[in-house]
Design a binder for this molecule. Structure first.
Ligand code: ADP
Ligand code: MG
Length: 426
């Protein structure tokens, strides 16, 4: 009923009771666990005479990852927090499935998700030594939740954005960013496909159904705008044409002349967004691909009137920004020296500026360099302002993307430390 574990690092012996599942396994499986708060819990697969439930769990562990949810410890999962955490950015990781091209190129899976929160970067397809990985720098990351490749679009929406939609209906602002290398699944997460719509579409769908339930509260109007920042130029994705100029008014920074599309139903929105995405700038060298260097921002503004305490009518406005960022490859820089040298190399200036703003916010600097790029100007009130902010770090499972994945997770880990201001009702 007990297991003794000699820890070679601190030279101590831990004695731990076996968990109920281990009893179930009898001698067939060795159970190794970290002590106290380092509560890992692994099963080393010696499969014989075990219950089918356990066998299934083990096969999930030993299966090449990317194809299955490698969630080892469901019983000990910490409940995923709600999407509302005033004063802090919520950060999530999302793993996409292995692509056919990656499999054909012989790539191995290098990402494991454990406990629905922890992401481990491994070197070998079947490496399960999470305690060792925890000790290595840059191999273990914990987020508010981490989504394995089997996670549905609806689940991702519910856990990351649904709370923000509710807040927007109460007159608060919210924003959701997808960050990651090109091909990591940002557009899939944000826009999705016709059959498998993503956060943008699900948020609007949810918004309309919530508005229907609140119809007694008065008329709500929903306006959409969809814009792109590419090479420091802002363009309207719903009405392509001349570049837009950014102006500061009492609501903050706005793109002058941007189309505000009045939306009445979900159906029209998906088609509208698909069309908008076709208008995204394509890279001249890769004409078939939407640019890996363009940022797309969907803004959903909900407006309605409520009766104030003294009987007067008060106008309430809530704004939700959903952002599909440019590919993060080559744009990671955590110290100023690297930032400057990269800037010379014609790297996406907006993404670098975003990194600088995040660094400045994390370090608690007084001056946050929002003005350095169009993207950061547009996102000023989403980052340091009064806003509920969510980040989704998109990653590929492939060992060929190990470096990019590590950079994305490192960046997201840093974003966890940003504190936002209390989010007030507008
Ligand atoms: P990015 O926008 O980050 O460059 P995409 O969203 O275009 O990447 O994803 C690259 C490819 O992977 C696309 O073909 C997309 O359909 C697919 N993909 C990404 N994430 C998932 C997922 N969670 N499930 C299934 N396919 C996905
Ligand atoms: Mg994309």
């Amino acid at each position: 009923r007990e297991i003794k574990l000699n820890n070679s690092t601190d030279k101590r012996t831990y004695v731990m009771p076996l968990r109920p599942m281990a009893e179930d396994l009898k001698e067939n499986v060795v159970v190794a666990c970290g002590g106290g708060d380092r509560n890992v819990g692994l099963l080393s697969p010696i499969k014989a005479n075990m219950s089918s439930k356990v066998a299934r769990k083990l096969s999930m562990v030993s299966e090449p990852c990317g194809s299955k949810n490698v969630d080892v410890e469901e019983s000990e999962t910490t409940e995923v927090k709600s999407t509302m955490a005033n004063g802090r950015i919520l950060v999530f990781g999302r793993l996409r499935p292995v692509a056919k091209k990656e499999r054909e190129a012989g790539s191995k899976c290098c990402v494991r998700i454990v406990n629905k929160r922890d992401i481990y970067l491994t070197e070998f397809a079947n490496e399960n030594d999470y305690l060792r990985l925890k000790r290595l720098r840059g191999r273990h990351f914990t987020f508010d939740a981490s989504f394995p490749d089997s996670t549905t679009q609806q689940e991702v929406y519910s856990k990351t954005t649904a709370g923000l939609v509710e807040a927007v209906l109460q007159g608060r602002n919210g924003s959701v960013f997808c960050y990651g290398a090109t091909g990591a699944g940002k557009t899939f997460t944000m826009l999705g496909t016709m059959d498998n719509p993503g956060v943008m579409v699900l948020a609007i769908k949810d918004l309309f159904s919530k508005i229907r339930l609140r119809s007694f509260e008065g008329n709500h109007t929903v306006h959409l705008s969809y814009l792109e920042v590419y090479n420091e130029t802002v363009r309207d994705l719903l009405a392509p044409g001349r570049p837009l100029v950014l102006r500061e008014d009492k609501q903050g920074i706005v793109a002058a002349g941007l189309t505000q599309y009045r939306a009445y139903s979900t159906d029209e929105v998906m088609a509208l967004l698909q069309q908008g995405n076709l208008n995204r700038t394509t890279e001249p060298t890769r004409a078939n691909e939407t640019s890996s260097r363009s940022h797309a921002i969907l803004q959903v503004v909900v407006e309605y009137q409520v009766k104030g305490a003294s009987g007067n009518v008060v106008n309430r406005v809530g704004k939700l920004s959903l952002i599909d960022l440019a590919g993060s490859e080559r744009a990671i820089a955590t110290d100023q020296r690297t930032l400057r040298s990269l800037e010379g190399a014609n790297i996406n200036r907006s993404l670098l500026a975003l990194s600088s703003c995040i660094n400045a916010l994390v370090e608690g600097k007084k001056h946050i360099p929002y003005r350095n790029s169009k993207l950061t100007q547009l996102l000023k009130d989403s980052l340091g302002g009064a806003c509920n902010t969510v980040m989704i770090a998109n990653i590929s499972p492939s060992s060929l993307s190990f470096g990019e994945t590590q950079n994305t997770l490192h960046w997201a880990d840093r974003a966890k430390e940003i504190r936002t201001k209390a989010c007030d009702v507008n």
